[in-house]
Structure formats: structure tokens, C-alpha cells
Write a protein that binds this ligand. Sequence first.
Ligand code: GLN
Length: 238
Amino acid sequence: MLDPGGPELGDDCLALCGERNNRFVERLRAEEEEKRQEEAGAAYRREPPRIGVLAIQGDYAAHAIALEETGAEPCEIRKPEELASIDALVLPGGESTTMLKFLKLRFFEALEEFCGTHPVFGTCAGTILLAREVRNPPQRSLGLLDAVVERNAYGRQIDSTILTAETTLPGGPLEMVFIRAPRIAEVGPGVEVLARRDGFPALVRQGNLMAATFHPELSSDRRVHRLFVGIAAAARSQ
Ligand code: GLN
């Protein structure tokens, strides 16, 4: 109860209470998320998910390090038969046209089959490979992510940039490293947008598929990889 003779609560004070409440709710959410991550972490430590990184071209080595730091067991995939030994797959950034050139028909078909039935995370060129439709110019893709992706939508290599943007991932804004990045121009209704660049989706999830138009493996923040490793661990225990 307020003391009628006591000091009046001014706007400043109320704003402060609101701010305090927000901080309290934020802290509760962060604690909850931490607990969930700890539980997931304990599950990986018992048996870390084995996550392949397509190692034909591009920055697959940086993904392997990020996966290791997140508690997964990474392994490089260079042949279609190696897909049989992994729980999930990362399609790294690089040059999608070069990757396609080296993906002979048998490997492409094996990838289609694997990515249609397992957790997959595409970053940048990997997102282009996963998309339902590729523009600028049109090219072959796995067609699994319900999205239209425009290649090199922000210009040339020199127009590459690092931005920080809001994300629905707990823990505040997210650093995003864009290198000759594509743009996700459209997504279907089953695609959840986790972060945006200039209003366009930059990090998305469609069930067990994740895709980013940037390079989370090049930032020190491991939230994006942690989410994917969590998806891989959950899918394996189903
Ligand atoms: N520009 C590349 C492509 O179209 C993607 C760039 C990247 O993966 N960093 O494949």
C-alpha cells in the first residue's frame, strides 16, 4: 500500500520501476535459457552429436571449430558415403557455383536425400544450396528451404560488412558478418525468421533446417551454432 502522506511517485520513478521489471523479466528468461542450454549441454557431453561439414570448398574449417566449441563432434564430409556416419550437416559459405561444379550427380542426390531427412544448417552459399528457388542468376539447388534467395544481393566482395541486429535468440543483439551475401527475398509460412537485415530475413529456421545469409562461424558469439547443435541433439534422440 502507498503511504498517502509519503512521497508521490513521479513519472521518472515509474519509468524506473518499469525498467526494473523489464530487467527482472529479462534475467528470468536468461536464467531459463541457461538452464535449458545446460541440460542440452549435459546431453551432448554424454554423447556429442556428430555433425558433418561439407568440405568441398569454402570456410568449412571455421565451422568445424565453432561446432567443437559448442560441444558437438565435427567431421569433414567429402564423399557421399560419409553422410551415413553423421547426425546432421552444415553447408558452409563459399562459392555456391564452385560447390555445385564439384557435386557430381551421385553426391547431389545423396545430399538431397540426407538434407530432406536430417537437421541441416546452411550459411551463405549453403543457404543458396538449400533454397527452393535461386535468382541472380537462377541455378540448381536442393530445394528444401521454402525460400527465394537472390545471390550477391548487396554487391561485390568490397561491399561485405559486419552488422549487429536484433534477434529472437535470447541474449540480445547478434553480430552478423556478411561476405558477398545473398538476400532471402521471400519465405514460405513454415519458415520462422530469427534475425533480419534491412527487413529481409537473415537467419531462419524451418523445422530441423536452419539458414543464415551471414557467417556466424566468423563471430565469437556461439548462440547460432548452439541452437543448431541443440536441434541435432534433439533430432537424434527422437
Ligand atoms: N556469393 C556467394 C555465392 O553466390 C556466397 C558468398 C558466401 O558464401 N560468403 O555463392
